[in-house]
Design a protein. Structure first.
Length: 580
């Protein structure tokens, strides 16, 4: 009997323990509910919202590129992209054949895409709406199209190397499209919205919109009509001379604005597949060559500025000069010897008394070297740098070449070579800018291709070029007079550069082509760089022709193109004639 009370007490203890456990459990549930409903309510609500929220990126429209008068050079339009759901395809071989014919692409490549093993594939991106409609009319199971922005160049090949192009995703790859890609691209936007399990938008759900910011527009310095004029004459020059390449730069010397920049052969950025990648290169800023006599402008201008000579200063000029002992060995040397210490004029002649004006007019190599020797090597090097040779102009396109200078003070012949345009390599743009300094009363102005950027709100950001004085206005005036004589004198090498109704001033350039690893070849690079009207220059035109087969001098090959380009450009600009 004494054990029964202990049993009752043990039972009650178990009940107490169970009650405590239940109480603790309910307390835990209460705490958890408190956490979920009060403490973490906001976080859980946000988690649920995020699970229902979808984000759609809104592409920013790429800015338009215009010429100086607001005419479109590069625009974005709505294209179509052709895709395929390979699970729905029937007879892939026949489908590939039909698509290839309609789209104008390789049939084997289309078939390879359709049989890649992936369900969703892209057959062709960014095709025009008419071609997409032709595909849709075929009613091929599994083949569909959807809209996609595409870049279009309304003028085709016009200014193609300047404009460049974009990849299918709209990223700039060359030219202005690459240089100003960030400004042209704009900022993508996004929209956030809620949808149910079936993918339907919840009407009263979350909807947050951040609009895309369109890219800025580019207003270039290019004049479409002048670009066309220069391209037309470049093509005519290639046909007439069977040359490898023609490059033209038309510059406003007072502002540095490039009115035209042409390289022929060119390409159509709307269809790059049909072109040679070499033709994508903007040789006006990337291609270097030895300018030959066109570079004498710097030597003569420097000597005038330093008062080493004036236009009437005379020299006793032989037809050959030796600056390295034994270099000539009594021979009238080949042009390739121009950097080896033996220099000669284009034609044999006895020793003549020639003024500086005569030396420039007749393009005497020997006379120019004598002027350079009086100027001095250090002065020549200083003015070559001041006129912008051997360094980038800073023009707003990618990949500009600085050229190359070989002005080693220990080199016995380098400065004599540089005085006449050998042992230095330049770009056509550098030469146009150097002549621009003389045309602009001695002030060099940085060439540029963009006048202003205009953002989506219409805010304009003009481009401000750098400038520097390289010679005095007096020296520039004398230099223009000397260069005018090159064109107007019967003894001048630039007679074919004359412009009906206008005065012109300029200089021919003829140099054997130097190929690294091979030396000087039998090919020439010829040029004419000049300005018009000579009395008050409004334009500078540089014409550079690579490897002509018919004609081998700047006066015969490049000067006629200069004349026609300058004449039509002056008419386009409304410049009144200044010559009878």
């Amino acid at each position: 009997m004494g054990g029964r009370p202990r049993g009752r007490r043990s039972g009650r203890g178990r009940l107490v323990i169970v009650a405590l456990v239940v109480l603790v459990a309910w307390f835990g549930v209460g705490v958890r509910l408190f956490q979920l409903q009060i403490v973490q309510a906001a976080d859980l609500k946000e988690m649920g919202l995020e699970q229902r929220t979808r984000v759609k990126v809104l592409a920013a429209e790429r800015g338009t590129i215009y010429d100086r008068d607001g005419r479109e050079l590069a625009i974005t339009v709505q294209g179509r992209t052709i895709g395929a759901d390979t699970d729905q395809l029937q007879q892939p071989t026949q489908v590939a054949e039909l698509l290839a014919v309609t789209l104008g692409i390789d049939q084997a490549q289309v078939l390879e895409t359709l049989q890649s093993g992936r369900r969703w594939v892209t057959v062709a991106r960014q095709i025009d709406a008419e071609t997409a409609a032709q595909v849709e009319r075929l009613e091929l199971p599994g083949i569909y199209s959807y809209p996609e922005a595409m870049r279009v160049y309304p003028e085709g090949s016009l200014a193609a190397q300047v404009l460049g192009f974009v990849d299918p995703d709209g990223n700039g790859l060359e030219g202005l499209e690459y240089r100003y890609d960030e400004q042209l691209s704009g900022t993508p936007g996004e929209v956030r919205f809620e949808q149910d399990l079936e993918g339907n938008v919840i009407p009263q759900g979350r909807y947050d919109l951040r609009p895309a910011i369109p890219g800025s527009d580019l207003v270039t310095t290019i004049d479409r009509d002048i670009e066309f004029i220069a391209e037309r004459e470049c093509k005519a020059t290639l046909e007439r001379t069977e040359a490898k390449r023609c490059t033209v730069v038309v510059l406003d010397p007072s502002t540095g604005e490039v009115l035209a920049m042409v390289v022929v052969p060119g390409f159509d950025p709307n269809d790059r597949s049909a072109s040679n990648p070499d033709d994508w290169v903007n040789w006006a800023v990337l291609g270097t060559y030895e300018p030959g006599s066109a570079e004498k402008l710097i030597t003569i201008a420097a000597a005038l500025e330093e008062r080493a000579v004036n236009a009437a200063t005379t020299f006793e000029v032989p037809d050959v000069i030796e600056v390295v002992d034994g270099a000539c060995e009594g021979r009238f040397s080949a042009a390739g010897d121009q950097i080896n210490g033996c220099y000669h004029d284009a034609e044999r002649h006895p020793i003549e008394t020639l003024s500086v004006r005569d030396i420039v007019t007749r393009s005497s190599n020997v006379g120019t070297i004598l002027i350079g020797q009086r100027l001095g090597d250090s002065n020549l090097a200083r003015y070559i740098d001041a006129f912008g040779l051997g360094r980038k102009t800073g023009i707003d396109v990618p990949g500009e070449s600085p050229g190359r200078l070989n002005l080693d003070p220990t080199c016995p012949s380098c400065f004599a070579s540089a005085a006449i345009g050998y042992a230095v390599s330049v770009t056509p743009l550098q030469m146009a800018a150097a002549y621009g300094a003389v045309a602009n009363d001695g002030v060099w102005v940085q060439p540029h291709l963009v006048r202003e950027l205009v953002d989506g709100s219409g805010v304009q950001r003009p481009i401000s070029p750098e400038e520097r004085r390289v010679v005095s206005a007096e020296t520039a005036l004398v230099m223009r007079s000397l260069l005018r004589n090159v064109v107007e004198s019967s003894e001048g090498t630039g007679g074919k550069a004359r412009i009906p109704g206008y005065t012109a001033a300029g200089k021919t350039g003829t140099a054997r082509k130097f190929v690294p690893g091979e030396g000087y070849t039998d090919d020439y690079v010829v040029s004419f760089v000049g300005m018009a009207p000579a009395s008050n220059p409004r334009i500078v035109v540089a014409v550079v022709v690579d490897s002509p087969r018919i004609g081998s001098s700047g006066g015969r090959v490049a000067a006629p193109a200069f004349s026609k380009i300058a004449e039509d450009t002056l008419h386009r600009l409304g410049v009144p004639p200044d010559a009878p």
